[in-house]
Design a binder for this molecule. Sequence first.
Ligand code: PEP
Length: 258
Amino acid sequence: MRKPIIAGNWKMHKTVTESLNLVRQLTMELKDVKDADIVICPVFTALHAVGQAVDGSNIRLGAQNLFWEEQGAFTGEISALMLKDVHCEYVIIGHSERRNIFKETNEDVNRKIKAALQAGLLPIVCVGERLEERKSDKTFEVVHEQVHGALEDLSADDLESIIIAYEPVWAIGTGVNASPKQAQEVHAYIRKIIADNFGKNAADVLRIQYGGSVKAENIAELISQPDIDGALVGGASLKVELFAGIIKNALPENKDAE
Ligand code: PEP
């Protein structure tokens, strides 16, 4: 059985002091959780301090982005080695805000994944269609292109270190989540792409998160779907009680209950 993984993407929120305040409450609230991997992804400036605060706890540290070069004249960028240096274990790559606002391409996403893997970071690779693409029946086409583009030249072994997050753009920050059926359909499709290209074993172990307006009230039904293995959470990861509520309702007993 795949272990659920719940990650909080704090986006561009919280100073170092605010981040430390949140993480101290989270470590206390979630200290007994063993059956799910918990990841938090603060802003770059808070990574070092938050990394120290979660040290020894069951919460892992992730970043929200990286650049593929190790170092050099790349003003404003940060490398995989620098993220490792502050004890990051995960990194979100290809979030729709990076793709849509900062014009990241599938090729950029692929280069970032390779740099992350090279440095021993676990990429959380985001894919998902926009509203107009869903309305014009292009969801599978878009997801196919994004998954293929992201994973080009990778091996089945590389896949063991990757998490994919299916995040329909129309569900992010809108309060309207994909229905469990809509999400399951795309998750199963992603798993099939992986099986066809990397083999059944790689597909069986791959964890696929759903992201888009996840709350404590909808996670149990989402995670009860056979191909949904966790969640990437934006807004609700900024409040202790909301994020903790999601994690508690995502624990395997809920999956087994279905
Ligand atoms: C996200 O940005 O990855 C996300 C899923 O946001 P929200 O949970 O706020 O919809």
